[in-house]
Design a protein around this ligand. Sequence first.
Ligand SMILES: NC(=O)c1ccc[n+]([C@@H]2O[C@H](COP(=O)([O-])OP(=O)(O)OC[C@H]3O[C@@H](n4cnc5c(N)ncnc54)[C@H](OP(=O)(O)O)[C@@H]3O)[C@@H](O)[C@H]2O)c1
Length: 286
Amino acid sequence: MKIALIGADGQLGTELLAALAGHDVAPLFYPAFDVTKGGDARAVLAGLAPEAIVNTSAFHRVDECEDKAEAAFRVNAFAVRDLALLARDLDAALVHFSTDYVFDGRKAEPYLEDDPPFPLSVYGASKLAGEFFARALCPKPIVIRTCGLYGPAGCREKGANFVEAMLRAAERGGPVRVVDDQWVTPTSAAELAACVADLLGRRAYGLFHMTNEGRCTWHQFAAAIFELAGRTVDLRPIDSATLGARARRPAFSVLENARAKALGLRGFSEWRDALRDFLRRMGIAA
Ligand SMILES: NC(=O)c1ccc[n+]([C@@H]2O[C@H](COP(=O)([O-])OP(=O)(O)OC[C@H]3O[C@@H](n4cnc5c(N)ncnc54)[C@H](OP(=O)(O)O)[C@@H]3O)[C@@H](O)[C@H]2O)c1
């Protein structure tokens, strides 16, 4: 399959490039290819005539989005509208990534794809708008919500993923304070990419949740990173109110991969096993 991969050097993009090796993939890199430059982006993609456009681009520095709502919506929503219209015109699938932050966290059980979203932040609202554009305008949308991604390339936009950030904090020494009242599922970018590769070509469209299995707080995730990496760290829990981050985040944003399981897609491992695999791959854990 001919695939245009946007953000091919990003954290997920790098893993997708490897997972889609059996396909004819055209990698696209920012800033030479910029999803917010409508006409230019359209010309490049139309020239490639892909059967699938895979969009990993995002403005996802969550706190910064609160002060830069227009910039967040430009990348996370309006650019997705342009991609959806182009995909429609090319009869291509549009694979687009969204977030657990579309939910408000008031549910006690893992969120299903048909649970109503209610974002608490500009980031979450802009990503939800992008989801709606993709699903409303493109006849072959594949919208994938994921959570807490980490991979060897590191998160380009945020400067580091959570695992790297914790290992750097450990190097600096001193107490490391991490929130213990937000439940998530850390997700391996490599496992997500493998599941996306499985989904492509099945001609199944719509909204999919894709995360590793299980749940933890960010504090529990940090504790597992330090334990598996063999680091002794003064790790202390903090609550979200005390931390006082600019953007509100859901207290519980664990997703159930209901549609992926119903389709019989390649499954995800428990988050802790995936973390161990990743740390081994990086030469950090035994
Ligand atoms: N990271 C997470 O924890 C997480 C959680 C839930 C959902 N997601 C979603 O998963 C997707 C992938 O995340 P990631 O962690 O792989 O992000 P990433 O490492 O920041 O990768 C994003 C890629 O998109 C490129 N990009 C940025 N702005 C662009 C633009 N205007 N036009 C074209 N390309 C642009 C970036 O290039 P430069 O690096 O050169 O700027 C980078 O290659 C995003 O949609 C994100 O919202 C991520």
